[in-house]
Design a protein around this ligand. Structure first.
Ligand code: SF4
Length: 485
C-alpha cells in the first residue's frame, strides 16, 4: 500500500522534532524528521511503498506538498506535529486528505495530550498517541484489509462523527527495538543528508537513537511524558555497532553520528561495551551524544578512545535552588566535577541552560551566567523556559497563574524564534528574555570566547569545526539583530 509520511511545511528552519517545543532554531539547526523516519523504516520493511517528505528541509510550502501528494496518490497519510505548529499541521493533513482521499493520521507529542482537539479537524481521521512506530503499521494493515480501527491500541479515531479512544499501547521492548530498521538507511534512501545541520556536530551528520525512554524526573522535560515514556529500553550493543558500521560503509560522507538518546550515559557498562565493540571492529568514526553531568572520568576516557567527540549536557542552571526545584537530580558541584573530568578526557562540551524555571530570580540568573563563565564549555545554548503540556512544570505555572498564554502556538515570534510565555512576580517574561539575550552576548561576544573558538578549530577536523561556527554565527547574528531593523 502507498503511504505518504510528511513533516509538514511551517515557518522556515522549523525544528519540529527537537526535545523542546518546535522553533526556528537560532544556530541554523535542522533536525532529521527522526521519529517519522523510524516509522517509515518499519512500514517499508513490511512491504509498503512509502514516500517520506521533509517540507522544512526541502523548503516546500503547502502547494508543493499538495501537488506531490496528489501525484503519489497514497491510501494513507501520516503527518507529524508539534505543540507550536499544531493547527497548521492539522490543516496540512486536511489539505492532503482533500486532494488524495486517503485516511489521515496525525502523530507527534501534542497528539498524546490533545487527541480530541486534533480530531476536531475534519481532515484528521486518527490520532496516534505516544510512540507510534508499530501503531502506524497496525493502521496500515487495517486500512489495507478494510478492518476496523477498534482493535488498534494507542489510537484515538473518528467514526461516523464519534471519537473513540482505544487503550494505550505498551511501549516497544528492547528486543523489538532491534527489529526496527536502521534509521540511517531510511535517511540514505529517502532524504538528503546535506540538508541537516547541528551547530555542535561536524557536517554532514546523522542522528540516531540507541535506546528510548528516560526514568529521570526533570519537571520540564516533554519526551518522557508525550512520546517515549519513563521506561528505559535499549538496542543490543551488536545492533547499535552494526548501524555505526553501516554508516561508515554506506554513508562515507558522514562526518559525525549524533546519538540522540535522552539517556545514553545512564548505563555505564553498556557504554563501555559499545565502545569496546567499536574498537574491536576498528571503526574510525566521530560520534557525540547527550549526557548527564554525573558521568565518571574513566567512562569518558573510554568514550573518547572510541571516537566520542562531544557531550551535549543539560546543566540547566548554575543555582542549586533551581536544580532542586526542577528535580534535576544533579548539583552544581556534580556539574563542576563532571566538567573537569570531561575536559581531562578531552571531550568537548555543549552546555544547555535555561532561564525562567520556577524559583528563578535575578540572583539565580546571575549565578547561571557566572557558572557558565567558570566552566567554559566549548558551546553553550541558553533557552527560555517553556512549559510543555503534560509536564509537571506546565501544571505548576498553569495552576499558579504564571502562564501568560495557554497555547504554545503563541510562543513563537513571526520568524519562529522562541518567546517567553511564563512570568513570575519576582522574574517577569521580559527578565527571562533579557537574560537569554545577555547571556548569549556575554558568552559569544566576549574576548574570552576567542581562545575557546581557537581551541575548537585547532582540534582534529578543525576545518569542519570552523564551518559549523560560521554557519551558526550567521543565524545567531540574525537573531541578535532582530527588532533593531
Ligand atoms: S534526564 Fe531529565 S531532561 Fe534528560 S531526558 Fe530525562 S527527564 Fe528529560
Amino acid at each position: 500500500m502507498k503511504i505518504y509520511l510528511l513533516n509538514p511545511p511551517f515557518v522556515e528552519n522549523f525544528v519540529r522534532c527537537g526535545r523542546w517545543q518546535g522553533v526556528a532554531a537560532r544556530g541554523g539547526t535542522l533536525y532529521y524528521p527522526i521519529w517519522l523516519a523510524y516509522a517509515a523504516g518499519v512500514l517499508e520493511k513490511q512491504g509498503h511503498t512509502i514516500r517520506l517528505v521533509d517540507a522544512p528541509a526541502w523548503k516546500w510550502g503547502r502547494e508543493e506538498v499538495k501537488e506531490d501528494a496528489r501525484k503519489f496518490n497514497p491510501a494513507l497519510i501520516i503527518a507529524d506535529s508539534n505543540f507550536s505548529s499544531l493547527r497548521n499541521d492539522g490543516d496540512v493533513a486536511k489539505l492532503l486528505k482533500d486532494v488524495t482521499g486517503a485516511v489521515s493520521v496525525l502523530v507527534g507529542p501534542p497528539v498524546s495530550q490533545f487527541s480530541e482537539r486534533v480530531l476536531a479537524n475534519d481532515g484528521v481521521d486518527i490520532a496516534a498517541r505516544l510512540e507510534y512506530d508499530f501503531t502506524v503499521l497496525d493502521i496500515a494493515e487495517a486500512v489495507e484489509g478494510g478492518a476496523s480501527f477498534g482493535d488498534i491500541s494507542g489510537i484515538s479515531y473518528k467514526e461516523n462523527g464519534r471519537i473513540t479512544h482505544n487503550p494505550d499501547r505498551e511501549f516497544i521492548t528492547s528486543e523489538e527495538l532491534d527489529r526496527i530498521p536502521f534509521v540511517s538507511r531510511v535517511y540514505k534512501e529517502h532524504l538528503n543528508i546535506q540538508d541537516y545541520f547541528l551547530g555542535h556536530t561536524l557536517y554532514p551528520m546523522v542522528q540516531i537513537f540507541t535506546g528510548r525512554g528516560c526514568p529521570n524526573q526533570c519537571t520540564f522535560c516533554a519526551w518522557p511524558e508525550t512520546l517515549m515514556g519513563r521506561k528505559h529500553r535499549v538496542r543490543s550493543v551488536e545492533n547499535v555497532v552494526d548501524e555505526l558500521e553501516y554508516i561508515t560503509k554506506e554513508l562515507p560522507e558522514v562526518k559525525e553520528i549524533f546519538i540522540e538518546d535522552d539517556t545514553f550515559t545512564i548505563d555505564r557498562q553498556r557504554i563501555r561495551e559499545v565502545c569496546s565493540e567499536i574498537g574491536q571492529r576498528g571503526l574510525d568514526i566521530a560520534w557525540s551524544c547527550n549526557a548527564r553531568a554525573n558521568l565518571d572520568y574513566e567512562t569518558m576516557r573510554v568514550m573518547k578512545e572510541a571516537g566520542c567527540r562531544l557531550l551535549d549536557v543539560g546543566y540547566e542552571s548554575g543555582s542549586d535552588v533551581i536544580l532542586r526545584n526542577i528535580k534535576k537530580g544533579i548539583t552544581t558541584s556534580d556539574s563542576r566535577r563532571f566538567t573537569k573530568d570531561a575536559k581531562r578526557a578531552r571531550l568537548m562540551i555543549l552546555a544547555d541552560l535555561i532561564f525562567g524555571m520556577p524559583g528563578e530570580t535575578k540572583e539565580t540568573a546571575e549565578q547561571t551566567i557566572r557558572f557558565v563563565k567558570e566552566i567554559k564549555p566549548n558551546i553553550v545554548q541558553f533557552s527560555v523556559a517553556t512549559p510543555i503540556p503534560g509536564t509537571e512544570f506546565y501544571d505548576y505555572v498553569k495552576e499558579n497563574g504564571f502562564l501568560l498564554v495557554d497555547d504554545l502556538e503563541e510562543s513563537l515570534d513571526e520568524d519562529g524564534f522562541q518567546k517567553c510565555i511564563v512570568s513570575y512576580p519576582e522574574f517577569t517574561e521580559r527578565d527571562v528574555e533579557n537574560y537569554v539575550d545577555r547571556a548569549l552576548r556575554e558568552y559569544y561576544l566576549s574576548p574570552s570566547y576567542i581562545p575557546v573558538v581557537i581551541k575548537n578549530v585547532m582540534r582534529k577536523n578543525g576545518v569542519h569545526e570552523l564551518m559549523g561556527v560560521v554557519k551558526s554565527a550567521k543565524v545567531f547574528l540574525k537573531y541578535l539583530g532582530r527588532g533593531t531593523g
